[in-house]
Design a protein around this ligand. Structure first.
Ligand SMILES: Cc1cc2nc3c(=O)[nH]c(=O)nc-3n(C[C@H](O)[C@H](O)[C@H](O)COP(=O)(O)O)c2cc1C
Length: 367
């Protein structure tokens, strides 16, 4: 007998942005740059399990990974693709990556053996046939081992007011009993439909299904803040065991004649950059959100890039070969290039609002 515990979140804010239903208010619109003409659809950022501490799986189905788009397709010719930096990804995959940026964990793209058409009407017809017949499309072979995860996010585009049948293939193939399952979806304005309930029903065994997140497709490029807020509301802040912030070294950040406190993370990149401390960088203010400046060394450990930031983040950017201190979120939370957090300013960030445009910033180990 199937037992299901559906945990309803009681926070008012959670109800406003989650509940696996259509948002009533639009999300901020991102100014993510327009599609470059030949941006290819690339491999997922990470399909491989991360180090042993990781116990979060983010499994998602996106049409972008399940249809064979011709070379040269861009976001303006396919409603189902958005740009992540310079990479074209499916709408739902983009949200999966935002979740990973916040909580870590492993991404897993759910892919069918037979690709779907790139023609919208053909996919609609095929989906109707599969739904009516109860077809479970065969999934590509994978060495995914769900036993190592205790929390599983399930992401999908809403198809005909439900999840695509491939999601039900996934749920029938992999044992999620005893785990916390968190649905999230993207849609074109009609909300999550019956998908969350049907997903909960499709899981055998005792499972906690948390309230999910439904985001309208055009809002996805600007959804970093909404995703972070939702994760906070459902208690899914960064897990200590997964966190790059778990071990920290105290540092000072001297800005003009002010000395701020901060921490440096215990990561290979932060370790490399620490070798150059005390490190003075001539920085310039940008966009009311950050001060950045070029560096004259070339680090080798470049894992962990992301296109979102938290206030106080000290980052290295490989593309622009610079370091930055972020101090304020703006209406445009999505960065056009990836940055890698190496530490954080822990003092009050208000000083950055008052700084001149050009300023020298010195990073040093605290005494
Ligand atoms: C076959 C099909 C059926 C769809 N049905 C719905 C629907 O019922 N309600 C809705 O709001 N959007 C619907 N959409 C739009 C998708 O949910 C939306 O574009 C989604 O963001 C695509 O995500 P993806 O790029 O990750 O595949 C449908 C799209 C397709 C291809």
């Amino acid at each position: 007998m199937k037992k299901m515990i559906v945990l309803l979140m009681t926070l008012v804010m959670a109800a406003a942005i989650t509940a696996c239903q259509s948002r009533e208010e639009p999300l901020p619109i991102s100014s993510t740059p327009s599609a470059s003409e030949n941006a290819p659809v690339l491999e997922p950022k990470s399909n491989e399990p991360e180090p042993e501490s990781s116990h979060i799986l983010i499994a998602y189905f996106s049409l972008g990974r399940n249809a064979e788009y011709p070379d040269g397709i861009d976001a303006s010719t396919s409603a189902s693709l958005v740009l992540d930096g310079e990479e074209m990804v499916g709408t739902t995959e983009y949200v999966a990556r935002l979740i990973q940026d916040n909580v870590g964990g492993d991404l897993h793209s759910i892919e069918t053996v037979e690709p779907y058409s790139t023609e919208f009407d053909a996919v609609v017809d095929q989906n109707h046939e599969e739904m009516n017949a109860g077809t479970m499309p065969e999934l590509k072979e994978s060495d995914l081992d769900t036993a190592q995860y205790d929390t599983v996010f399930i992401g999908y585009p809403v198809w005909a007011t439900n999840a695509p049948q491939a999601i039900f293939s996934f749920l029938s193939q992999y044992d999620l009993s005893g785990k916390t399952v968190i649905p999230f979806c993207t849609h074109d304005g009609y909300g999550a439909g019956s998908s969350c309930g049907d997903i909960a029903d499709a899981i055998d065994g005792e499972t906690a299904v948390l309230d999910g997140l439904a985001i309208e497709a055009p809002d996805v490029p600007g959804a970093a803040g909404t995703v972070a807020e939702w994760l906070g509301n459902i208690g899914m802040e960064e897990q200590p065991g997964d966190s790059i912030e778990a071990e920290k070294t105290a540092i000072t950040i001297t800005v003009g004649d002010m000395v701020l406190d901060g921490v440096l993370y215990d990561t290979p990149l932060a370790g490399e950059i620490r070798e150059y401390f005390p490190l003075t960088i001539s920085m310039v203010g940008f966009g009311g959100r950050e001060y950045y400046g070029g560096v004259d060394f070339y680090p080798e450990n470049l894992e962990g890039g992301q296109t979102t930031f938290e206030n106080g983040d000290i980052t290295y950017c490989e593309s622009h070969h610079n370091m930055a201190v972020f101090y304020a979120q703006t209406d445009d939370p999505t960065l056009s290039v990836e940055v890698i957090p190496i530490g954080k300013v822990t003092s009050d960030l208000a000083v950055f609002d008052e700084l001149p445009r050009n300023v020298d910033v010195t990073f040093a180990l605290a005494e």
